[in-house]
Design a protein around this ligand. Structure first.
Ligand SMILES: Nc1ncnc2c1ncn2[C@@H]1O[C@H](COP(=O)(O)OP(=O)(O)OP(=O)(O)O)[C@@H](O)[C@H]1O
Length: 361
């Protein structure tokens, strides 16, 4: 284990009888930009707060740089946390805001002010050093909050929805700044978000959570191309999910029958006949053409058409799905447009279907 490696071991949080985080195991290697991603209430913030020491741990452990810090005080564990609303002190100027934690530790004024100015410089906020938080824009306040978190030289910076208070334009700019900062400092970042796009743009490691558990922890590209479960495929929004039962399995190809009676093929390991399975089909790989093989497509009815500029999103009812989605290039669509109510043949290639696993109980 190296300095900056963060490990969660069987980490559990209960609020009364409610299980918010369910014995999760996670390794975040030093210097990784990790995003905890999932819908509201899935346990992301509770996980982050336990890592930061702002929430007691019900069971399990938090280990940072080989030290067990499960019950250490927030200031003594090598982590720093940046809160959603930045939590700046309105009555203090930026230098005193940033220097606050050093003041609490009894560091003398000259030293702490010099360090606070260094941190403000790092965040390009030095010219505003004597302002108060109310005299700053949202993006500037965020930079001050970052300076304040980083002044303690943490081995891991924990960020709870750091971009959620910003308007969409600023969000994208600050997102790039966060990524650059993390690469410059080389420390571990763990960032909580419910935005797939944000997680994809930032992460070396995406951890998709649902119901207090981890559904998948992998690089962005793997989560996108090979979602581990139906939940991940649906949540990331880039795969259609068809659910059914195994009817046959041969030569590395599994056949799945949906309740409507149609059969589909997917590459994967042999599974017991009759077992429930899900397959994911990339929305951007679906073609508006009859399938070369019956098990790689179906006929449906168009229920919605959405123009997106470079692409068009077509939603189809069929094969037991109410909202099977095809994202096709604008040129392909306008060469042969379709309308709501039209019958349509959809197809895909065998390699564009993935077998989705299930989270074990
Ligand atoms: N202090 C608390 N007391 C009781 N229940 C809590 C407390 N904090 C969180 N919970 C519950 O624990 C579960 C997980 O909450 P948590 O805030 O960790 O989720 P989240 O994924 O971060 O959600 P969000 O994106 O909405 O912040 C939720 O059901 C929530 O209602």
């Amino acid at each position: 284990m190296a300095k900056g490696d963060l490990e969660l071991i069987r980490l559990t949080k209960r609020y009364g009888n409610a299980l918010a985080v369910d014995a999760i195991d996670l390794k975040v290697p030093a210097g990784t930009y990790c995003c905890l991603l999932g819908p509201s209430g899935c346990g992301k913030s509770s996980t982050l707060r336990m890592a930061a020491g702002h929430e007691t741990v019900s069971e399990g452990d938090v280990v940072l740089s080989e030290s067990q810090i499960t019950h250490a005080r927030p200031a003594d564990r090598g982590t720093a946390m940046m809160f959603q609303n930045y939590a700046l002190f309105p009555h203090l100027d930026l230098v005193d805001n940033v220097a606050f934690s050093m003041k609490m530790k009894g560091v003398n004024k000259e030293i702490r002010q010099a360090k606070a100015l260094d941190m403000l410089k790092l965040m390009q906020m030095e010219p505003y050093a004597n302002r108060r938080p109310a005299q700053l824009s949202g993006g500037q306040q965020q930079r001050v909050a970052l300076a304040r978190a980083l002044i303690t030289d943490p081995e891991a910076l924990l960020l709870d929805e750091p971009l959620s208070a910003l308007d969409p334009f600023l969000k994208i700019r600050m997102r790039a700044e966060l990524k650059k900062l993390q690469k410059t400092l080389g420390i571990t970042f763990v960032h909580v978000t419910h935005s797939q796009e944000e997680a994809m743009a930032l992460s070396d490691l995406i951890v998709v959570m649902n119901n207090g558990r981890i559904e998948q922890a992998a690089e962005a590209r793997e989560v996108f191309e090979r979602p581990a479960t139906a939940f991940v495929a649906r949540f990331m929004g880039d795969h259609n999910v068809l659910s059914g039962r195994v009817t046959a399995s041969q030569d590395g190809v599994v056949k799945l029958e949906v309740p409507e009676g149609q059969t589909f093929s997917v590459r994967g390991k042999a599974t017991e006949t009759g077992a429930p399975i899900d397959i994911g089909i990339r929305t951007d790989r679906v073609r508006l053409a009859p399938p070369s093989e019956k098990s790689l497509g179906f006929n449906g009815i168009v229920s919605n058409v959405e123009y997106r500029g470079a692409s068009v999103k077509i939603t189809v009812i069929g094969a037991g799905s109410e909202d099977f989605t095809a994202i096709i290039r604008d040129t392909e669509y306008f060469a042969k447009p379709v309308s709501v109510g039209d019958a349509l043949s959809l197809s895909w290639a065998l390699e564009d279907a993935v077998l989705l696993g299930r989270v074990s109980a």
